[in-house]
Design a protein around this ligand. Structure first.
Ligand code: PNS
Length: 160
């Protein structure tokens, strides 16, 4: 089976990477699709988010990094792939994830969403939390791969 793992990945964390690695092991092919949404205030540009994802998934032969804008259901049609993967960290994720899964399926009945339970280690982790810690100079080495850590340090160089 082929699948798409969509998200903002601003930036990719060990939580995302865990989902990517586990999904890639089960799937024939996994496309990690980065949402290019100019109206969303992203710290990293779409090019930077793609580059970091490429770097941290280099060891995974069946993983491709791509991007999309607009509706995920339209992107699914353009790829001819209707299986979505999303990670669930906690009950707090459930409502939003369920809403997205249902909206996507109502937009295109071919779309199915597969949820992977996040690893316990990463249940509290999010890109926003990591950005917040990095902004104030905290240690993020347990949360993101080294290349992402360096990129975050570069962004917040000089302190904020
Ligand atoms: O990493 P995120 O921010 O939780 O990912 C959310 C994402 C990108 C999967 C979601 O916002 C999305 O698919 N946006 C595209 C617009 C869309 O299709 N909206 C309708 C379904 S909610």
């Amino acid at each position: 089976m082929k699948a798409i793992y969509p998200g903002s990945f601003d930036p990719v964390t060990y939580g995302h990477l865990d989902i990517i690695e586990r999904a890639a092991e089960k799937m024939e092919h996994l496309t990690v699709a980065v949402l290019d949404n100019p109206s969303k205030n992203s710290l990293f540009s779409i090019e930077e988010r793609i580059e970091l994802l490429k770097e941290v998934t280099r060891h995974l032969a069946n993983v491709e990094i791509d991007y999309f804008s607009g509706l995920l259901s339209d992107y699914a049609t353009s790829k001819g792939c209707y299986n979505m993967v999303r990670g669930l960290r906690a009950v707090s994720d459930f409502e939003y994830e369920m809403q997205m899964a249902l909206v996507n399926r109502s937009l295109d009945s071919k779309i199915e969403t597969f949820f992977l339970a996040s690893d316990n280690k990463y249940a509290y982790l999010s890109s926003s939390i990591v950005k917040e810690i990095a902004k104030f100079g905290g240690n993020i080495s347990h949360f993101v791969p080294e290349s992402v850590e360096l990129a975050l340090k570069q962004k917040f160089k000089g302190g904020k």
